[in-house]
Design a protein around this ligand. Structure first.
Ligand code: NBX
Length: 838
């Protein structure tokens, strides 16, 4: 094995084309990559060839920094943060890397001077949709901040061949299309075939006594799968740090094929290969719902085992013994999806490296931190014992052992409390038996955190209440944040420029600096510019909607946006009830003065979630009626934009006037879209849920449209018996709206289409839309009033953006570093000659 000591990395100091950031070198590199990598000349090159050449040109410029980063981490033996996540919802790389390298404008110029259309090339990139929503996107924001803060870090996950499905809308219904994001190749990743790792599955275990007469267990698997790492560089903003995102692809080991081939079982061999490679084929598109699918547990174990083995290899390479593993790596579990890692690290330490149980357990607990992202009971991961035993027989034994020792401690502390034991146990024995992954993660970690203040409090009280009583010191809150690089600079260059002209560029890495904008609030010219910027961006979105979806929207109207996954708890249908209320007002009095609004929706529903899909159909059906009714006179427009993804998020957050954050209090762990909107100057209409509470605290209650029950009131009302029927009967406006849906008015007379939705509201209303309806309508009426006073609205908009410093993912990552990971920044210095070029 060669080391950095033996081979100087910077042998290419004579070949400046791949490191230089000057215009001339980039121009040459572009032509060079087109010819030598894509194998094309301009006469035959397609736009995709040019995009690829451009992407390689940018990646090349990260490589020196990437090597240097890895080299420094290795040499200095620093502590590395290892972020384990089944999802990384990265979004397009090109613009982000150009911004972080500080060469966006320069490269754009070069591309345009070469006679190419920069925007066209930029839009060719297929975004890696390797996540469902907030949780996956949070992981991507955190990777950006880790690099920007110069924290040694590695992200580990799964290289899904098919990411989150593409959504089409046909006849108002969602249709899922396979996401073939790799079909033209992925210029951002580098496979590291030589670092392939083997993962075992299934089979049985066998007890034996080793040469020192110690009782040991060996695992005899019935399947081995190879994990091939694909590395993507993650650049930091305005620093030399380039960290690694390492995603694992499953492949069948050759040895298995040959064995089968030799005995003549050709089909069986090929079939086993296909089955192995299935592990990383597709991202499960369910969020917030646990489905006990075996392949999903295989995915989880596969990437976690690859990652832990990889970390152990890196640790041992430093010449250290495994007793100090937790000093090399702080491993964060992004929800329970990677929580099998607790049992896997124990297995590796105890079975494979022969470390005593107690010491292995100490190392394990010191290594892991666990972030919870949900309170919804249906989302908590649990696996039946039979499934677990079939796939991971040794891990089940280890979990039993952990549980026995753990419950022993609990018994000592709380004698004769069998109910408590049953609740804390890693095994749910109330009916069919399950392994509870949140309990495994909690027991195996030294730190447990929620993702917003309210969420952490509820976690401590309810879902992990018994664990909190046992170990209060393990718990802390880490309110989510988002990266201002992607969510302001990349997505909203007009606003970024306006801000920078006023307060300089430091805000991009110190978001608290946005506070300085408040000094300009009385500056009428600044307010005019702010308003004009928003107006221009709304204009671009209007053009985009017209060109891509054929719908005309009025850029002067209030852009009221709700984009997020479709869920009953997120209450997109409450938004629809408001639309119908306004529509009714117009129908009853066509000349009524109303504030013109454009309602923009976007979001995917889990393919098997009937009610969420019906809500999409309802939005489109109401849109069809409202948009085509001459009485409305274009004062209301409803658009559902298909295939909401990171790229579209970048278009829509900057254009929003109003951000809809209307979940039932106590249900949304944090939300992060709420932050992206407000940073871009949208005002929020929202409940006291998740991070909304903290956003409101920061921006000031007078700059936030609050409505709805509090979490306490929701509990109270539920416990004394909530009856939606009463609200329906006592509120004539609500009754009219519901009756209009039931009557078939939005469904061509079909009274059955929306019946499941209406019946669910009338007879159950688990998310209490009816209880919050009037309060929501009243708050929306206040929005209308406020929007009429454009000067006042602009002030509120500026204050919202100016006070969002807290919600930078940089702040969140700093807290994790200081309070959970014990990780510190490591500066990456480049050799002078490279520095000079930069
Ligand atoms: O995580 C989300 C929460 O709902 C948000 O409130 C929060 O802001 C965000 C980041 O902390 N959870 C989420 O996105 N979950 C998933 O995407 C998910 C995916 C797969 C799965 C369960 C949940 N099996």
């Amino acid at each position: 094995m060669t080391t950095f000591e033996q081979v100087p990395v910077f042998q290419c100091e004579f070949e400046d084309d791949r490191t230089g950031l000057s215009k001339e070198t980039i121009k040459r590199a572009l032509a060079d990559n087109l010819f030598y990598i894509q194998g094309k000349v301009p006469a035959t090159a397609t736009p995709n060839d040019y995009y690829m050449a451009l992407a390689y040109t940018v990646r090349d410029r990260m490589l020196q920094r990437w090597f240097k980063t890895t080299e420094v981490y290795t040499k200095k033996g620093v502590k590395v943060v290892s972020y384990l996540s089944a999802e990384f919802l990265l979004g397009p790389h090109l613009s982000n890397n150009l911004i972080n390298l500080g060469i966006y404008d320069l490269v754009r110029q070069v591309v345009e001077e070469s006679g190419l259309d920069f925007v066209q090339l930029r839009e060719i990139e297929e975004e890696p949709g390797l996540g469902n929503g907030g949780l996956g996107r949070l992981a991507a924001c955190y990777m950006d901040s880790l690099s920007t803060l110069e924290i040694p870090a590695i992200g580990y996950g799964i290289r899904y061949e098919f990411g989150i499905f593409d959504q089409e809308i046909r006849d108002g219904w969602q249709v899922e299309i396979t996401d073939k994001w790799l079909h033209l190749g992925n210029p951002w990743e580098i496979p590291r075939l030589e670092e392939t790792i083997e993962v075992k599955f299934g089979g049985r275990t066998e007890a034996y006594y080793d040469e020192k007469c110690r009782y040991r267990v060996r695992w005899i698997p019935d399947k081995v799968v190879k994990g091939v790492p694909y590395d993507t560089p993650i650049s930091g903003y305005n620093v030399n740090t380039v960290n690694t995102l390492r995603l694992w692809k499953a492949e069948a080991p050759e040895s298995f094929e040959f064995q089968a081939f030799n005995v003549g079982d050709y089909y069986g061999a090929v079939n086993r290969k296909v089955v192995s490679e299935n592990i990383t084929k597709v991202l499960y598109p369910n969020d917030e719902l646990m489905k006990g699918k075996e392949l999903r547990l295989e995915q989880q174990y596969f990437f976690v085992s690859c990652s832990l083995q990889d970390m152990i290899r890196l640790h041992l390479q430093k010449g250290e013994s495994l007793e100090t593993f937790h000093q090399s790596f702080a491993v964060q579990l992004n929800d329970t999806h990677p929580s099998i890692g607790v049992a896997e690290l124990m297995r590796l330490l105890v079975d494979e490296y022969e470390i005593e149980w107690d010491q292995a357990w100490q190392i394990t607990q010191n290594t892991f931190g666990y972030t919870n992202h949900t309170l919804l009971p249906e989302a908590l991961e649990k696996w039946t014992l039979s499934l677990f035993k079939n796939l991971l027989p040794r891990h089940l034994q280890i979990i039993y052992e952990i549980n026995q020792r753990f419950l022993g401690q609990v018994r000592a502390k709380y004698p004769n409390d069998s109910d408590r034991l049953a609740r804390l146990s890693l095994i749910d024995e109330s009916g069919e038996k399950y392994v509870r992954m949140a309990n495994l993660a909690s027991v195996g970690s030294h730190a447990i955190n929620g993702v917003a203040a309210l969420h952490t409090e509820l976690l401590k009280r309810d879902v992990l209440g018994d664990f909190h009583e046992l170990w209060p010191e393990k718990f802390s809150n880490k309110t989510n944040g988002v990266t201002p690089r992607r969510w302001i600079v990349v997505s909203n260059p007009l606003l970024a420029n306006l801000i920078t002209r006023k307060i300089g560029v430091d805000w991009i890495s110190h978001l608290e600096d946005l506070k300085q904008l408040e000094a300009f609030i009385e500056d009428a010219e600044f307010r005019r510019e702010w308003r004009q910027t928003k107006q221009d961006i709304k204009g671009y979105l209007a053009t985009y909607i017209k060109e891509n979806h054929g719908i005309e929207v009025n850029p002067e109207s209030l852009f009221d946006v709700q984009v997020k996954r479709l869920h009953e708890y997120k209450r997109q249908h409450l938004n629809v009830l408001h639309i119908i209320t306004l529509y009714k007002r117009i129908k009853d009095n066509p000349n009524i003065e109303i504030t013109p609004r454009t309602f923009i929706f976007g979001g995917k529903a889990a393919p098997g979630y009937f009610m969420a899909k019906l809500i999409i159909k309802l939005i489109n059906s109401v849109g069809d009626v409202v948009n085509n009714d001459p009485d409305v006179r274009d004062r209301l427009k409803v658009v559902f934009l298909p295939d909401y993804n990171v790229r579209f998020g970048q278009r829509v957050y900057p254009a929003a006037d109003l951000s809809e954050q209307i979940s039932t209090a106590g249900k949304e762990a944090s939300g992060t879209g709420n932050m992206k909107f407000a940073m871009n100057g949208a005002l929020t209409i929202g409940t006291l849920d998740g991070a909304n509470i903290e956003i409101r605290e920061e921006v000031g209650e007078e700059n936030f449209f609050l409505f709805g029950l509090t979490t306490e009131q929701v509990y109270e009302l539920k416990s004394k018996g909530y009856n939606p029927w009463d609200y329906y009967h006592n509120n004539p406006q609500l009754k009219q709206v519901i009756d209009l849906i039931s009557s078939g008015f939005f469904s061509h007379g079909d009274t059955n289409l929306f019946r499941p939705l209406v019946d669910s509201l009338l007879y159950h209303d688990p998310y209490m839309l009816f209880a919050d309806y009037q309060s929501y309508i009243d708050a929306q009426d206040q929005v209308n009033q406020a929007y009429r006073d454009q000067e006042h609205w602009t002030r509120m908009s500026i204050l919202n953006a100016a006070r969002m410093g807290k919600f930078s993912s940089d702040r969140a990552i700093l807290e994790y570093c200081q309070e959970i990971w014990n990780a510190v920044p490591v500066k990456i210095e480049l050799e002078e000659y490279i520095q000079g070029r930069a």
